[in-house]
Design a protein around this ligand. Structure first.
Ligand SMILES: Nc1ncnc2c1ncn2[C@@H]1O[C@H](COP(=O)(O)OP(=O)(O)O)[C@@H](O)[C@H]1O
Ligand SMILES: [Mg+2]
Length: 273
């Protein structure tokens, strides 16, 4: 969906990167280069650090060591808004203000324009196209709050698409989405990948996206345990799903659907092994 194919530096480049919250490291010593136009899955069991890694690429988690470059600049230093799209793990669309699908997706388009601009006809078209791409054209003027959870996820995907990003980072976009709509989403991702947009997708369900994502990394206890073809990643991931938390050491007190910095006492030992 980019106007001209981006060239030059890697989309993402991490060197010995350590990322966390406050001064607590969650993801450690990551070396990772994602080339422009690549489509990469981020796999790993719950709590392994996938979301933290994604948030580190967005400047939403702290880079505690090493280097994190995104679109050729140190993370957080991007001058151009809208070049990086993000679909967070859980939506928080339905706040106090009732908003329609069109309005929420329009905000995504505004992110590209700058907040003081107004949407022009081409922008309105981009909004309706993005909503159509996720199969919600008939819900454009419905309040987002009236949609199902899976439909709201697709609104967030549309919001990211509307900004026409060069790099699109999605955190579990298929979670809570039924099979038919997972397929539809895979089709959308295949199309935007074909236009040269770089994709980084955190997911548990690789099957629906196997045709789109060719490379995978597996995060295990905050370390990148595998980086290679998607087909071979499952072998590296599966054993990790079951042996992570010995009795009595299960991480607690943090909910996956509330990615806010916790201020209470933390158990620093949880991530160490
Ligand atoms: N906002 C936060 N504040 C403090 N610690 C966090 C926060 N988010 C995640 N963590 C810690 O980082 C660990 C990895 O979490 P996360 O990156 O969400 O893993 P995943 O996405 O792989 O399930 C968690 O076990 C938790 O201890
Ligand atoms: Mg996560």
């Amino acid at each position: 969906m980019t106007d001209s194919p981006p060239t030059g530096p890697a989309a993402v480049r991490l060197r010995h990167a350590t990322i966390g919250y406050g001064d607590v490291a969650v993801v450690r010593d990551v070396d990772l280069t994602v080339g422009t136009g690549e489509a990469v899955a981020v796999l790993g069991s719950n709590g392994s650090g996938k979301t933290t890694l994604a948030r580190g690429l967005l400047g939403l988690a702290n880079v505690l060591g090493g280097e994190v470059d995104v679109l050729g600049a140190p993370v957080g230093g991007l001058r151009e808004r809208g070049r990086v799209g993000y679909v967070p793990q859980r939506h928080s669309i339905s706040g106090a203000v009732p908003a329609t699908v069109r309005e929420v997706v329009g905000v995504g388009r505004l992110a590209r324009l700058g907040l003081l601009r107004r949407l022009r006809p081409a922008d309105r078209t981009a909004v309706t196209e993005a909503v159509a791409a996720v199969g919600l054209a008939d819900r454009l003027d419905d309040p987002v709050a009236s949609l199902s959870g899976g439909q709201q996820r697709r609104v967030l995907v549309a919001r990211a698409l509307a900004a026409d990003p060069e790099l699109l980072i999605m955190d579990e976009p298929t979670a809570g989405v039924d099979a038919a709509n997972q397929e539809a989403l895979a089709g959308v991702l295949a199309r935007i990948s074909a236009t040269g947009t770089t994709l980084i997708v955190v997911t548990h369900e690789t099957a629906p996206l196997a045709g789109v994502l060719s490379r995978a990394i597996v995060v295990d206890h905050g370390l990148v345990a595998y980086d290679g073809p998607l087909e071979q990643a499952a072998a590296h991931e599966e054993p990790g799903l079951h042996h992570h938390h010995p009795p009595g050491r299960r991480p607690s007190g943090y909910r996956q659907d509330q990615p806010t910095v916790t201020t209470g006492p933390r158990r620093r030992g949880d991530e160490e092994h």
